[in-house]
Design a protein around this ligand. Structure first.
Ligand code: ARG
Length: 289
């Protein structure tokens, strides 16, 4: 009898505590980040390393991200994704940390939640929505089929790319690989880890053509005028987004607010101009190992 009474008392005391904890969790999950003030939002944001905004990128993609050679001859990360990353970090009062790696690695790192975000010119491809949150679009480009001047007249349309004697490259893990499979299924499709390797193989005649984002192809063409953009390639999920760690909705809200401000205060336009200037001429190391 006494035991039962004790159990009942313990239950009576602990139930409201559990209930309170459960409500707190629920309200956290449903927290309406969009209605918070920026200060409230900043306080609610959690990141993999406290106080830091840790971002994975793939610096083979001028003018988004690339290595620019400074006057001192030292290469450093540049590009409008990098400027935007810094802008977002500053906006949220976080210190920016960028980790360079191959493109498919950036997606893995976001998926495994080892970083807060991937900023690598991500297209909001539907198949990626399961492993990351998409920010709003901060830049819109298009897709192209690229070859060399010498081969340009062989590719009048995308049909000409779809032949078994044609070798076509695309970056591992990119939507361009999907485009290669869609438009050139009969070609010899070659997967390369870096866009800069694709450019090198094109220039040395190891491959006939490649699927590359148009602004990126245009950027490398400035340094390597032998490149030729021959066809536009249709793609549905146009636009570039930040890939935020799945479920980190507070950070997603913060990233979106920063993007909105960067677009409206003219910063984004400046980042793009700056990146285009840095990416042309001799300061870009187009062919990284
Ligand atoms: N937009 C394409 C995608 O999301 C290609 C991005 C490649 N980015 C890079 N930094 N290499 O799949």
């Amino acid at each position: 009898m006494k035991k039962l009474a004790i159990i009942l008392i313990i239950l009576a005391i602990s139930l409201p505590v559990f209930a309170a904890a459960a409500t707190e969790q629920a309200s956290e999950a449903n927290a309406d980040y969009s209605s918070m003030s920026l200060d409230q939002l900043k306080a609610a944001i959690t990141t993999v390393n406290k106080g830091k905004f840790t971002v994975a990128t793939s610096p083979d993609f001028a003018p988004y991200e690339f290595y620019a050679i400074g006057e001192d001859g030292v290469p450093s990360l540049a590009g409008f994704d990098m400027s935007l990353a810094k802008y977002i970090a500053d906006f949220l009062g976080l210190e920016l940390e960028v980790i360079p790696m191959d493109f498919d690695g950036t997606i893995m790192e976001v998926q495994n939640k080892n970083v807060d975000a991937g900023m690598a010119g991500y297209s909001p491809a539907p198949e990626r929505a399961e492993v990351m949150e998409f920010s709003s679009v901060y830049y819109t480009g298009g897709q192209s089929f690229v070859t060399t001047k010498a081969n340009a007249d062989k590719f009048k349309s995308l049909d000409d790319t779809n032949k078994k004697e044609v070798s076509v490259a695309a970056q591992v893990g990119s939507i361009q690989m999907g485009l290669a499979n869609e438009f050139s299924p009969n070609a010899d499709i070659i997967a390369l880890s870096k866009v800069t390797d694709i450019i090198a193989e094109l220039l040395t005649g190891k491959i006939d053509g490649a699927y590359i984002e148009t602004v990126v192809a245009e950027s490398y063409k400035k340094n390597y005028p032998d490149l030729e953009i021959v066809c536009d390639v249709p793609y549905e999920a146009e636009g570039s987004v930040v890939g935020v760690s799945k479920g980190n909705l507070a950070l997603l809200e913060g990233v979106n607010r920063a993007i909105e401000q960067a677009l409206s205060d003219g910063s984004m336009g400046e980042f793009v101009n700056e990146a285009n200037i840095k990416a042309s001429g001799n300061i870009i190391e187009g062919l990284l190992n």
